[in-house]
Design a protein around this ligand. Structure first.
Ligand SMILES: Cc1cc2nc3c(=O)[nH]c(=O)nc-3n(C[C@H](O)[C@H](O)[C@H](O)COP(=O)(O)OP(=O)(O)OC[C@H]3O[C@@H](n4cnc5c(N)ncnc54)[C@H](O)[C@@H]3O)c2cc1C
Length: 520
C-alpha cells in the first residue's frame, strides 16, 4: 500500500475544500486535497452559478448578506477570470408584496449591500424579456461565477505552491491515535488500490457528506440536512443580468445568465441521502411556472437540461422552523472543544460565494490549534489566470475563434477546438469524458453531446491510447450522463433534438450492441 505524509489532509474537493487547501498552501503547509470523485462533482458543480451580492439575504439573514458582499468584492479582485460581471436586479412582480421593496432597501443599507432603485422602464430597456408588469426594481452587484473554472484555478494554485490534489480518492477510514486524528485510508475509486495518508492535521470539508466523515473519526451528532434543489438551463440567455424576485426568498425566484444559457432555480427539498439527485416532475413544472413570473413566455423557451444539487445545511438542535430559516452562513466545528477530538475540524454549509472566508476561518483555527500563527494571504493573492483582473464575458470563446479559425471545432455549441480538447485530455489524464465536460463544458450546449460525443471519444481513444473497451465505456458513460439531465425536461424542440441524438447513437452507431470486449 502506498503511503504519503503531509502537514494537512483536506477532505472534499468542492469550493470549500479547495479553498482551504489553497489557503493552507499559501501559508506554507504541505497539503493534500482529496476527493472521492472529480473536483466540483459535489454541490459546487451542481449549483445555481450566482456570485451573490448578498441582496437575497438582506432581510432574513443579515449576517449572510454582509459576508456575501464582502466576499463578492474580494473574489472580483482575486478570482476575476472565473466571474462574469452580469450585475443583478431585484424586481417586484405583480405577485410580490410591493412593501418588501422598502424592507429590502433598509436591509441593503444595514448590511452594506450597494443598491440603487431604478425606473422600471429603464429595466425593460436593459432586459426586454423581463415581465413588463414589474412595479419596482433595484440594481445590485450580483454576478455569475464558473465553479469549474474556479476549482481548476484553485487546483493549479495548490500544485504550484507545493500541494497535491488526489481526485477519485475516497476516504474510507480516518485514523485515530488516542484523542487525535492522524490521517486517513483512501481508496482509488478507479483501481481499488488503497493508500495511507499520515497528516499532522485533518480538515473535513466534505459539504453534505460531513456527517459521514466525522462519524469515521468516532464523532456522532454532526447532523447535516441535505436540502436538494433543482435547476433548469434554458438554451440561450433570456436575460443578460441576474434577475431575482424582490420578495422573501422562495423557490424558483432567480434566473442566472451563465455563459450561453440562462438558469432558473431552485427548489429545496429534504432528502435522506446527500447523493440523491432525483429530479421530480412537479419540481420541473414548478420551476417553469416560476420562470413565467419573471419572463413571460418562459415555458415556451427551449429547456436544455435539468440537474440537482444538495445543500449542506448544518442543523443546530436548538433551531426551529423550515430549512430556509436555517442560516445560509457557514458552520465551523471545533472538534477539540465540541468532542475532545484533537487535530480535526469540520467546515460546512455556507455558499460558494463565501468559500474563501470559510477557508480563512478554518485555517486560522488550525493555526490556533497548532500554536503556529501564519497570516492568511488569499485576500491579496490572485488565483492562477486571474492576475490580469479581467472578467470573462459571453463572447470570450467567440473572439478567440474569430482570431484563429484554423483549429477544427469538436463541440460547436461550446466552441471547443480540437487542440484545446486534446490538451485538456492530456492534462487531466482521464478516461472519463465527464471530467472533460467539467474542464471545458464539452457537450453542454443545445445538442447535449449529440454531435460531439462520438468525435470526442475518437480523440480520447487516440490521445489516451485507449483500448476499445475503455473507449466504448467512455462513450456510453458520457451519453448516460447527458441523458440523465435531458429526460426530465423532454418537450418541444429538445424532444426533437433528443430523437435526432438517438438516431445518431442507436440508429447509426448501435451503441446498445457494441462489441463484447471481454471475449478478446
Ligand atoms: C441547488 C443549489 C443551488 C445553489 N446555488 C448557489 C449559488 O448560486 N451561489 C452560491 O454562492 N452558492 C450556491 N449554493 C451553495 C453552494 O453550492 C454550496 O454551499 C457549496 O458549493 C458547497 O461547497 P462544498 O465544497 O462545501 O461542498 P461540495 O462541493 O459538495 O464538496 C464536498 C466534496 O466532498 C466529497 N466527498 C464526500 N465524501 C467523500 C469521501 N468519503 N472521500 C473524499 N471525498 C468525499 C464530495 O465528492 C464533494 O466533491 C447552492 C446550493 C444548491 C444545493
Amino acid at each position: 500500500m502506498s503511503q504519503i505524509e503531509a502537514d494537512l489532509l483536506v477532505i472534499g474537493g468542492g469550493a470549500t475544500g479547495a479553498g482551504v487547501a489553497w489557503d493552507a498552501c499559501l501559508r506554507g503547509y504541505r497539503t493534500v486535497l482529496v476527493d472521492r470523485s472529480d473536483l466540483a462533482d459535489g454541490t459546487s458543480g451542481r449549483f445555481h452559478g450566482l456570485l451573490h451580492s448578498g441582496g437575497r439575504y438582506v432581510v432574513k439573514d443579515p449576517r449572510a448578506a454582509t459576508e456575501c458582499i464582502e466576499e463578492n468584492l474580494i473574489l472580483r479582485q482575486v478570482a476575476a477570470a472565473t466571474i462574469e460581471d452580469t450585475g443583478g436586479l431585484f424586481v417586484s412582480t405583480p405577485a410580490d408584496d410591493l412593501s418588501y421593496g422598502d424592507e429590502f432597501l433598509q436591509g441593503c443599507a444595514d448590511t452594506g449591500v450597494p443598491v440603487e432603485e431604478i425606473a422600471t422602464d429603464e429595466v425593460l430597456r436593459r432586459e426586454p424579456r423581463v415581465n413588463p408588469a414589474i412595479r419596482r426594481a433595484f440594481a445590485v452587484p450580483d454576478g455569475s461565477i464558473d465553479a469549474w473554472k474556479l476549482l481548476n484555478a484553485l487546483a493549479s494554485g495548490i500544485t504550484e505552491h507545493g500541494g497535491s490534489v488526489l481526485t477519485y480518492h475516497k476516504v474510507i477510514a480516518l485514523h485515530r491515535d488516542g484523542d487525535a486524528v492522524t490521517g486517513a485510508t483512501l481508496r482509488d475509486t478507479r483501481t481499488d488500490e488503497e493508500m495511507e495518508v499520515t497528516a499532522g492535521f485533518t480538515i473535513n470539508a466534505s459539504g453534505a457528506w460531513a456527517g459521514q466523515i466525522s462519524a469515521m473519526a468516532g464523532i456522532e451528532g454532526v447532523t447535516i440536512v441535505p436540502g436538494r434543489g433543482i435547476m433548469i438551463a434554458m438554451n440561450h440567455r433570456l436575460v443578460n443580468t441576474v434577475v431575482n424576485r424582490c420578495t422573501t426568498p422562495a423557490d424558483g425566484d432567480i434566473i442566472v445568465p451563465i455563459r450561453t444559457v440562462s438558469v432558473i432555480g431552485t427548489t429545496d427539498v429534504h432528502v435522506a441521502d446527500p447523493d440523491d439527485h432525483t429530479i421530480a416532475q412537479d419540481e420541473v413544472d414548478q420551476m417553469l411556472d416560476a420562470g413565467e413570473q419573471l419572463v413571460p413566455g418562459f415555458r415556451n423557451a427551449r429547456a436544455l437540461r435539468a440537474w440537482a444539487g444538495v445543500r449542506p445545511l448544518f442543523r443546530d438542535a436548538r433551531a426551529e422552523g423550515s430549512d430556509r430559516d436555517i442560516t445560509r452562513s457557514h458552520t465551523l466545528l471545533d472538534h477539540r472543544e465540541r468532542d475532545a477530538v484533537e487535530r480535526f475540524l469540520t467546515i460546512t454549509s455556507g455558499k460558494l460565494t463565501t468559500f474563501r472566508l470559510m477557508a480563512q476561518e478554518t485555517v486560522d483555527a488550525m493555526c490556533r490549534h497548532l500554536g503556529d500563527a501564519r497570516p492568511c494571504r488569499t485576500r491579496e493573492q490572485p488565483l492562477p489566470g486571474s492576475e490580469g483582473g479581467e472578467y470573462y464575458t459571453v463572447g470570450t470563446r467567440l473572439r478567440a475563434r474569430e482570431s484563429d479559425g484554423s483549429d477544427p471545432l469538436v463541440c460547436e455549441c461550446e466552441m471547443i477546438p480540437r487542440t484545446r480538447l486534446e490538451a485538456a485530455m492530456r492534462d487531466k489524464g482521464t478516461v472519463n469524458l465527464d471530467d472533460i465536460r467539467r474542464a471545458l463544458r464539452l457537450g453542454m450546449g443545445p445538442c447535449q453531446g449529440g454531435f460531439c460525443t462520438y468525435r470526442a471519444t475518437g480523440i480520447l481513444h487516440e490521445v489516451g491510447h485507449l483500448d476499445g473497451a475503455t473507449a466504448d465505456a467512455a462513450l456510453l458513460g458520457f451519453l448516460q450522463e447527458r441523458w440523465k439531465g435531458t429526460w426530465p425536461i423532454l418537450h418541444g424542440d429538445q424532444l426533437r433534438q433528443s430523437r435526432l441524438d438517438d438516431w445518431i447513437y442507436q440508429g447509426l452507431l448501435d451503441v446498445e450492441h457494441l462489441p463484447d470486449w471481454s471475449a478478446t
